[in-house]
Design a protein around this ligand. Structure first.
Ligand code: ZN
Length: 343
């Protein structure tokens, strides 16, 4: 098969478009002929590497993908060859105490597809059958791949962890990234009032088109926490979604109301920052972290995507062989929505 792979960490130049043997399914697994993959910021971090990350080389990046079932492992009976499917990239063992309790995202042998195991920048991938959802004709491969990880992540964070409900207020820090555009839509879907802090008028216009109620341009409002505070009758918001981290978390703590919740699933601005602990205990804040979500979350949120109630935001599609250029675009931060690969 054709695949994008790398043999060592580095910049986009380490990505090679080449031939590699297609993976074969073992019992309980399914081989998918991929038609689209979507990029995530984690793809860049895996390519660059971090201390302690151990990969089996060559490594194939990519968490998100959609395509057709091309081969079935022993014991798989609920799918057939040719079925259109989308991949849940949160891979769990199905046997440990967390998995048996329905918290498969806490699995003791958890993997993210394309992070620690070979992923979707390829013509074929193999995943457990439980990680596939049949795709209705109403959604194409590109949209399904683009929706998958970000809506799964946003739903688990805002709803399962954050218990966001109707009538609550939520501040989303960042206007145009994949998880943020998904978070805005999920928050609106459950009836929350959505504030968005963005870095440019274009990105805020995107947030507004997704239903955001109040827009704050942080290129003009350096102390955006104060703007939120004043806009909420000096109360602050019930929930802050902060997946930027360095540079924003101190202000996010200030923007939350007493008893509020801070949700985080990542840190596109950097993982290490100083915080003033007095905001956490003094305001009775809860800081709720998570990564990805459960199989139940996935089925729930993708059902809403299939019904058109939540919509993937698409930036540009590149052919598979131009994955390096696609990753370079992602690294610039200029994209508005998801960058995808056509396979
Ligand atoms: Zn497990």
């Amino acid at each position: 098969m054709k695949a994008i792979l790398f043999h060592s960490h580095g910049g986009p130049e380490v990505l090679q478009y080449t031939d590699f043997p297609a993976p074969e399914p073992t019992p309980g697994e399914v081989q998918v002929r991929l038609r689209a993959a979507a990029l995530n910021r984690a793809d860049l971090w895996v390519r660059e590497g971090w201390p302690g990350l151990k990969l089996e080389y060559p490594h194939i990046p990519g968490a998100d993908g959609a395509g057709e079932v091309s081969s079935l492992g022993e014991g798989v009976s609920d799918l057939k060859i040719g079925d259109r499917v989308v991949i849940n990239s949160s891979i769990s063992c199905g046997k440990c105490s967390h998995c048996l309790a329905g918290k498969d995202n806490l699995c003791s042998e958890w993997h993210l597809l394309g992070e620690t195991i070979r992923g979707t920048y390829a013509e074929y991938v193999v995943v457990p059958a439980v990680n596939l959802l049949p795709l209705p004709q109403s959604i194409d491969y590109e949209g399904a791949a683009a929706a998958s990880l970000v809506f799964h992540t946003a739903w688990h964070s805002l709803i399962t962890r954050g218990r966001l409900g109707e009538g609550e207020s939520v501040l989303v820090v960042g206007a145009s990234g994949g998880v943020n555009t998904a978070s805005i839509q999920v928050a609106k879907y459950v009836g929350a009032k959505v504030y968005v802090v963005g870095s440019s008028p274009e990105k805020l216009a995107l947030a507004e088109s997704l239903g955001a109620d109040e827009l704050i341009d942080r290129s003009k409002e350096e102390n955006w926490a104060k703007v939120v505070y004043l806009a909420t009758e000096r109360q602050g918001v019930d929930v802050v979604v902060d997946n930027v981290g360095a540079g924003t978390m101190p202000l996010s703590l200030r923007a939350a109301r007493k008893g509020g919740r801070i949700l985080t699933v990542g840190n596109t601005g950097g993982p290490k920052f100083e915080i003033d602990n007095r905001y956490i205990f003094g305001k009775h804040l809860s800081v709720l972290g998570s990564t990805m979500g459960t199989h139940t979350d996935y089925a729930t949120v993708m059902g809403l995507v299939f019904e058109g109630k939540l919509k993937p935001v698409l930036d540009r599609q590149f052919p598979l062989k131009e994955a390096a250029a696609a990753q370079e675009r992602l690294a610039t931060g200029q994209q508005m929505g998801k960058i995808t690969l056509g396979i």
